[in-house]
Design a protein around this ligand. Structure first.
Ligand SMILES: NC(=O)c1ccc[n+]([C@@H]2O[C@H](COP(=O)([O-])OP(=O)(O)OC[C@H]3O[C@@H](n4cnc5c(N)ncnc54)[C@H](OP(=O)(O)O)[C@@H]3O)[C@@H](O)[C@H]2O)c1
Ligand SMILES: [Zn+2]
Length: 345
């Protein structure tokens, strides 16, 4: 089959589109999926660079997100048949600890994403446990079904399970164009929250407004926190979604209402920002985090797409052999929504 692999860690030029062996069933619980699409995530950039990821051997096929059609199934995989259209829950655990036993692999100390210790989805075929395969909501194309898993399950955990966002609450999403930001925009909008976004790009601000954001603020505005307060009757926002860190972190704390929640699942700019703890305790703030999500939350996301008929935002679709351009677009932060790879066969 054709796949995109790394043979060494490093820059984008390490990605090689090449022939490799088709994956085979390794256990009776496995299935082989013929992929139609994969999505590009920041974790793929980390895996390629060899920084902050759990790739344990190379060559390695990257890619955590994918969707396609099941082509062969192990003898124990009874809930799934060849021909089923599936999207993939992208997380694995050790299978034995108390978190894995309660389907919370995302909390397992051995947690890894597809494309780290197992070959991933930048390929024509992938082997996964049958339990990681879920039916694609009928309203979604293969490309849309590949685009959502990792970011949506993370945002669901961060915004709904942990953040407990309620209709009518105000939320500031730091950044407009990212996978996390666009997923947060859609889920918060569906709930009936009032949404403010900030972005370094005017066009992304207007795209976010078209998707339901009430206000868009340019990130270079030196008075971001003040503007957010002004837009919320000087109260501050109930919730901030911040996967950026760096200088946006203290600004986010300053923009929160008393008792507000600061939600995080990443740190694109800087993971060690300054925090004025007095602001946190005097204002009774909560800082809540998510490092991916559980299977139950994945099911909720599937249900979200099925019932709201909303679709994940796809920024751009590249052919698989153009994975370098896809990763470059993500690394340069030019996207609005998810960048997807399409398999041509
Ligand atoms: N823990 C998890 O399970 C999980 C899952 C997915 C992602 N993440 C993490 O979450 C983070 C975001 O992921 P993503 O997929 O959304 O990445 P992405 O698509 O590259 O988006 C990056 C976002 O950050 C904003 N941004 C980047 N640099 C900025 C800066 N200097 N100042 C202000 N805003 C900035 C961008 O906003 P504009 O371009 O609009 O300005 C954009 O919304 C990453 O750290 C990723 O690793 C974690
Ligand atoms: Zn475990």
């Amino acid at each position: 089959m054709k796949a995109v692999r790394i043979h060494a860690h490093g820059g984008i030029d390490q990605l090689r589109y090449e022939d490799t062996e088709d994956p085979q069933l390794r256990s009776s619980n496995d299935v082989i999926v013929k992929l139609k699409a994969a999505a590009v995530n920041r974790i793929d950039l980390a895996a390629r660079a060899g920084i902050g990821c759990r790739v344990n051997s190379i060559p390695r096929i990257l890619g955590a997100d994918g969707a396609g059609t099941v082509v062969s199934v192990g003898t124990n995989a009874r809930h799934i048949r060849p021909g089923d259209a599936v999207c993939l829950y992208p997380i694995y655990g050790c299978g034995e600890c108390r978190f894995c036993a309660s389907q919370h692999e995302s909390l397992c100390s051995e947690r890894r994403f597809l494309g780290e210790r197992d070959d991933g989805t930048y390929a024509e075929f992938v082997r996964v446990p049958a339990t990681n395969c879920f039916p694609i909501p009928s309203s979604l194309s293969f490309e849309e079904a590949a685009a959502f898993p990792l970011v949506y399950v993370t945002v669901w955990r961060m915004l709904i399970t942990r953040g407990d966002l309620k209709p009518g609450e105000s939320v500031w999403i730091v950044g407009a164009g990212g996978g996390i930001a666009t997923a947060a925009l859609q889920i918060a909008g569906a709930i009936g929250a009032r949404i403010i976004v900030s972005s370094r790009d005017k066009e992304k601000l207007s795209s976010a407004k078209n998707l339901g954001a009430e206000h868009g603020i340019h990130s270079e505005n030196a008075e971001l926190a003040k503007v957010v307060r002004r837009l919320t009757d000087k109260r501050g926002v109930d919730v901030v979604v911040n996967c950026v860190g760096g200088e946006t972190w203290p600004t986010s704390l300053a923009a929160l209402a008393r008792g507000g929640r600061l939600l995080t699942c990443g740190a694109v700019a800087n993971a060690q920002p300054k925090t004025d703890l007095r602001r946190v305790f005097w204002n009774h703030l909560k800082i809540l985090a998510a490092g991916s999500g559980t299977r139950q939350e994945f099911l909720r996301v599937l249900n979200f797409f099925a019932t709201t008929r909303r679709k994940p935002i796809v920024d751009h679709v590249f052919p698989l052999q153009d994975a370098m351009s896809a990763q470059r677009r993500l690394a340069e932060k030019r996207q609005f929504g998810k960048i997807v790879l399409r398999m041509e066969t």
